[in-house]
Write a protein that binds this ligand. Sequence first.
Ligand SMILES: Cc1cc2nc3c(=O)[nH]c(=O)nc-3n(C[C@H](O)[C@H](O)[C@H](O)COP(=O)(O)OP(=O)(O)OC[C@H]3O[C@@H](n4cnc5c(N)ncnc54)[C@H](O)[C@@H]3O)c2cc1C
Length: 418
Amino acid sequence: MADRRVVVVGGGVIGVCCGYFMAKAGADVVLVERDEIGGGASFGSAGTIAAGHPPLNKPGRIRRSLLELLNPKSPLYIPLRWDPGLFRWLWTFRTFCTDHHLSVSMAALAPLGRASLDLFDVLVESENLQCDYERSGYYEICRTKKGLADVTHDAALMREYGYHPHGVSGDELREIEPAILEGVVGGAYFPEAATCDPHLFVLELADRSVRHGARIETGRGVSEILSTGTTVRGVRLEDGEVLDANAVVLATGAYSGNLTRRFGLRLPVRAGKGYHRDLELEEADARLLGIACVLSETSVFCTPMDGFTRLAGTLEFSGVNHEMRPRRLEQLTTAAEKYLDGVRGAVIRSEWCGLRPCTPDGIPYVGPVPGQSGLFVATGHAMLGLTLGPVTGKLIGEYVLEGGTSLPAGALGLERVT
Ligand SMILES: Cc1cc2nc3c(=O)[nH]c(=O)nc-3n(C[C@H](O)[C@H](O)[C@H](O)COP(=O)(O)OP(=O)(O)OC[C@H]3O[C@@H](n4cnc5c(N)ncnc54)[C@H](O)[C@@H]3O)c2cc1C
């Protein structure tokens, strides 16, 4: 193992977690990032560590989504344009919106979520990560009976997999969180969840990886994976330099379309754009919210962070681009003011969009690439990239350095990509 030289491609939460665990175990790690560490989707997520939460694919999702597309205020947005690849992807996605697949996903992801949460606790404590990490859970709050029924259903599902969410009435919610408006009829509390500042988490862990011996190269993109035919031997950078390695980990997020194609592996990862708008109140130190809330019917997350509250959400399939649509951003505020007092008067501190890497079956791709010794993939975490970051890093570290994993991760394998 000591002579294991690993190149990790991509410096988002996934790549940094992979690099950290391998460097800590003593491997010779180089992490190559085209832009800046944590500058992709990992920069501005809602910061919730939502262990055990069901993935995107759920029974009835497509029917609901098609209806939502007719509503300009819907969290889902697919621009009308000719895109057969997206159509195929959505068609495949539809085939995974079944009760059976939901059970398969929960059985695979719920234990990994718990392991990831435990790793967060250990990492924050042992590495002294300054990232506003809080283990106070979050509330999902509803304005309609339908929303409440959906949340109650999700909570019951999570209880089957060992989590402990429980229902809360509207009045109880207002007692706990005075900013919640009268129109909120109830919701659920998810006690196992945690929150953090996602960008700080990535920056801090990258720093500790370097202390454990990793080298980080930013502003450098990988253009090609080099192979003898069956065995990886390194990568070529966009400036032509070659980095030798006997293992390469691709943690390239929503930008994962190209590098594996020469090995006959077309990763069906689609970019699901999301937005955030950070709000601060005019009175110094005042907080819009004390604890994180998901606004159920609109799928907007409101997370209190150090000095501001982040509204994050929406899902837009408009390709790999970072164009910000002002209407989508405004929808975050429009949604939040129906649930929470103080939103409209708050000052907008920053706005952002990022690309979630989405797979058609809602399960990430984590593991070795069949037929190409030394090549590993870790992407496709969609809404759960921060949540599953640490456990993904641990799994990849074990695959690369030990040839197998201590946790069951077969469902995340690359064998299912045809
Ligand atoms: C609005 C929003 C809210 C979210 N909220 C949550 C949440 O509350 N909880 C949660 O768990 N998840 C959340 N997510 C999802 C989470 O942010 C993503 O799943 C996660 O950030 C994906 O991490 P990643 O490392 O795979 O991708 P990224 O962070 O995008 O990192 C990939 C990196 O690879 C680099 N790269 C790509 N190609 C190359 C190359 N050829 N050479 C070198 N570098 C390359 C890119 O520059 C990029 O920095 C949210 C996402 C969004 C958009």
